[in-house]
Ligand binder design. Structure first.
Ligand code: GAL
Length: 499
């Protein structure tokens, strides 16, 4: 028995015993944190006021309205720059334990560098934090949720290794100014998605550099994350006593044909392990399968060396272990199948795994999001198994629709995913510490503009006041938080139960 399986067995017994005593797998464990989340560009607005500099998303939406479903942008968004007190009142009404929000780099460092510190930006976040704390809500900061300075992007952004220094200097300012009152930080939200903006021309900054740019981007992101973690460790942790993690998007994967477990393993490594393995595994560095596939296929495609950059042993050590928790974003799953390589044909980003959707999975308003609650249980288990049971903070999970405050499908989705997560905790012994519903508000949903909605609270984007109206799901979540249970507490005749 490996030490992992021994530990796993031991924890399963402990949790099974807890279950027998409590006889309740629909309650959250003691100390479990429940919250909700947003990000700066998606809600703040105030894109160019009071000293804020331009971010890549400002530039992208202004230059490419045709690439946003409703031709909109985040210039005003939910206007949370002005209405943050109202947002906090909604959070207070729900009695969330924490609120995850992101800091806009260019609101506090308009040039991108710390040569100019915009006091108005610092004050905005200090006021928000004070307002949260005054209402018993723990602030949970994301340092970077995709909106880096346009100026730095012109100098290469994530393809320039100096980005590691630039973002570290920004992080240091945030730790210094906001850290004294904040216990939880995450560095970078969904690195693989950030690198889509380098690989393609569909989302900001739309560099369209394909795979070479994508791998380079991730290489710099992993170094940047580790550097930020070590800055906190050496300069701030002693006084501030907080925790620093990273947020990784890990979708579920189910084999198209029952025996194709290789496809499930491979896609986990290519999507989730690409980011997680260098940080959370015992050995560090990229997963072996990624190194092998990319080396082989780069050769077949005529490149002189692997397109995957190499970490020096020093960097491997520096990145390994650079997180206090595993921040997990999870929304949906894919059907996967192993595809043999045919020369000259696209080979699924060198992963060799084709991803599709099972048409029987319930739909949402976002074409990429189908309802597959078991996927959450699966990835929590995979993460626990691969990385020796790290503390997992579920940092985003949510459902897309297009309208309405009567959002019974959202309630069904949230309840079914929470239930799957609780099974991972109680039945599988995984170490999950928090759950975060995405999102507090309907907001600017990137390329989907305001058409696709994720909020627990409806926002009227046609009204200059950006009026907020709680949805049914907000009231449901409020009851969940109060009772710390997910069943029998809120019944609505039109809530469709997803098994
Ligand atoms: C995540 C992202 C969020 C939000 C969500 C729903 O990938 O971090 O900002 O947009 O997806 O699409």
């Amino acid at each position: 028995m490996t030490s992992y399986s021994f530990l796993r067995a031991a924890f399963s017994v402990i949790f099974a015993v807890t279950y027998v005593f409590a006889n309740d797998t629909l309650s959250f464990p003691q100390g479990f944190l429940l919250g909700t989340a947003t990000s700066a560009y998606q809600i703040e607005g105030g894109w160019n006021i009071n000293g804020k500099g331009e971010s890549v998303w400002d530039r992208w939406t202004h230059d490419n309205p045709n690439l946003i479903l409703d031709h909109s942008n985040g210039d005003v968004a939910c206007d949370s720059y002005h209405k943050y007190k109202e947002d906090v009142q909604l959070l207070k009404d729900m009695e969330v334990d924490f609120y995850r929000f992101s800091v806009s780099w260019t609101r506090i460092l308009p040039t991108g560098y710390p040569n100019v510190i915009n006091q108005d930006g610092i004050n905005y976040y200090k006021n928000l934090i004070n307002e949260l704390l005054a209402n018993n809500i723990e602030p949970f900061i994301t340092l970077y949720h995709w909106d880096h300075p346009e100026y730095l992007d012109k100098m290469g952004g994530w393809t320039n290794s100096l980005m590691v220094e630039w973002i570290s200097n920004y992080a240091r300012v945030v730790f210094k100014e906001l850290g004294p009152k904040v216990k939880y930080f995450t560095t970078i939200n969904e690195p693989a998605d950030v690198c889509q903006g380098v690989a393609t021309d569909k989302v900001a900054p739309g560099k369209n550099l394909g795979s070479p740019g994508k791998y380079l981007c991730m290489h710099n992101i992993l170094k940047a994350h580790a550097k930020i973690y070590h800055i906190y460790q050496t300069e701030f942790r002693k006084q501030q006593k907080g925790q620093v993690g990273i947020v990784i998007s890990c979708p579920g994967a189910f084999p198209k044909t029952p025996n194709d477990t290789a496809a499930v393993d491979a896609i986990f490594q290519f999507v989730c392990g690409w980011v997680a393995h260098p940080i959370f595994s015992k050995t560090g560095d990229y997963p072996e399968i990624i190194k092998a596939h990319i080396a082989d296929n780069s050769k077949l495609d005529g490149y002189p060396a692997s397109l995957l950059p190499t970490f020096s042993p020093k960097w491997v050590q520096y990145i390994k272990g650079s997180a206090d928790f595993f921040g997990l974003n999870h929304y949906t799953s894919k059907l996967v199948e192993t595809v043999p390589r045919v020369e000259g044909e696209r080979w699924y980003d060198y992963s060799g795994v084709k991803q599709t959707i099972d048409p029987s999975w319930p739909k949402s308003a976002a074409d990429w999001l189908r309802v597959v609650p078991d996927g959450l249980r699966q990835v929590i288990n995979l993460i626990s198994k691969q990385y020796d049971r790290p503390p997992i903070f579920v940092m985003e999970n949510g459902f897309a629709d297009e309208c309405c405050t009567s959002d019974s499908s959202r309630i069904s989705y949230l309840r079914s995913y929470m239930k799957a997560m609780l099974s991972a905790i109680y039945e599988d012994g995984c170490n999950v510490k928090s759950y975060t519903a995405w999102s507090l508000l309907d907001n600017f949903e990137w390329a989907d503009g305001y058409k696709v909605r994720f909020g627990l609270v409806n926002v009227d984007f046609t009204n200059p006041n950006r009026t907020r109206t709680p949805k049914l799901s907000m009231n449901w979540y409020k009851t969940v938080i109060k009772t710390r249970r997910i069943d029998s507490i809120f019944e609505s005749p039109d809530v469709v139960n997803i098994p």
